[in-house]
Design a protein around this ligand. Structure first.
Ligand code: NAD
Length: 317
């Protein structure tokens, strides 16, 4: 007898289905159904597996009779109404352990790439330009790097930076950094970060509090010009303010894996709106842009499914 049916509305690494089927769950393919169709045809599923195809809102949860859990194949939970889920007794699971290393490696890659002008100078060489002085690099050693948000990805990034002779400052008002575990790291307030940082990386979830956290006042508060990385969520950054800060020299370079104008599913940039700040970034050789791939590696693909399988199995243990 089936232990319950689990509706997959996004594709994930097959490991998750294999593990669940081994434990007696039935896995149901809901990849092509629209949100409305899936709500109308809801058939007492026990679980729902989603990446980011659409928002799981109050109405969806109300229609989802018998639902016990939602498993998000990723870290961010802003597309799930977790308050309503709690009211309906639905457990929300995510898998930040599965892609934190991937994000940390990309953030490090972005930092090194910016500091050494790798993308720009590569393009120039292909265009027949051999510009050495214009592409003189900046070293990470001796610099101060600010990490905002010290959860899964923030910690993983900090661990990668341990190999550099740099000062690492953490701002996260919701955690206490274990300085025995991280002797090279100092937890500070935002003011210290503003006073000392040369490089800053965002690792916060998108919440009401972090929406446009990096706004004009934020960028103008830095005493030194910074290199700025965002691998968290596009809407944490006010892109117009970032562009203004690039124009005034408060930001020397930026690297963005996530962009304010991405669609809800993260599958594309909203082609209907390509506002001026985005045009600026697209035309600037001081902006490094990637299509929401920081957590998107072969390894994280598998690890996310393993982590979710583990969490779901424990839920029913
Ligand atoms: P996490 O929940 O493990 O850590 C987030 C940390 O941010 C927590 O320690 C929390 O205390 C802190 N925080 C919350 N509000 C804050 C604030 N106002 N100021 C400072 N710190 C604050 O999440 P994570 O796994 O580190 O991921 C962070 C976010 O990155 C995710 O929510 C997701 O949106 C995004 N992400 C993106 C990718 C990608 O592919 N680009 C991959 C994974 C995660």
């Amino acid at each position: 007898m089936s232990r319950g049916s689990i509706l997959f509305i996004d594709s994930v690494h097959p490991k998750l289905q294999e593990e669940l089927q081994l434990r007696g769950f039935t896995c149901v393919d809901g990849y092509s159904g629209s949100k409305v169709q899936l709500m109308q045809e809801w058939n007492n599923h026990t679980g729902l597996v989603i990446r980011s195809r659409f928002k799981i809102d109050h109405d969806f949860l109300q229609a989802a009779k018998g639902l016990k859990f939602i498993a998000r194949a990723g870290a961010g939970m802003e597309n799930i109404d977790t308050d309503s889920a709690e009211k309906f007794g639905v457990v929300c699971l995510n898998a930040p352990e599965g892609n934190r290393n991937a994000v940390a490696e990309q953030a490090l890659g972005m930092l090194l790439s910016m500091c050494n002008h790798l993308i720009r100078s590569d393009r120039q060489v292909r265009d027949g330009l051999w510009l050495r002085e214009e592409n003189r690099g900046t070293e990470i050693d001796g610099k101060t790097i600010g990490i905002i948000g010290f959860g899964n990805t923030g910690q993983a990034f900090a661990r990668k930076l341990q190999g550099f002779d740099a000062t690492i400052l953490i701002y996260d008002p919701y955690v206490l950094v274990d300085t025995d575990k991280y002797p090279q790291i100092k937890q500070t307030g935002l003011d210290d970060l503003f006073d000392s940082c040369d490089m800053v990386s965002l690792h916060v979830p998108l919440t009401e509090e972090t929406l446009h956290m990096a706004d004009a006042a934020f960028f103008q508060s830095f005493k030194k010009p910074i290199r700025f990385i965002n691998t968290s969520r596009g809407k944490v950054v006010d892109t117009a303010a970032l562009v203004q800060a690039m124009e005034t020299g408060h930001v020397i370079q930026c690297a963005l894996d996530v962009i304010e104008y991405e669609s809800v599913s993260f599958e594309n940039l909203d082609s209907k709106q390509m506002p001026e700040p985005m045009q600026y970034l697209l035309n600037s050789d001081r902006a490094l842009l990637t299509p929401h791939i920081a957590g998107w590696t072969y390894e994280s693909h598998l690890k996310i499914s393993e982590v979710l399988a583990d969490k779901i199995i424990r839920l029913f243990a």
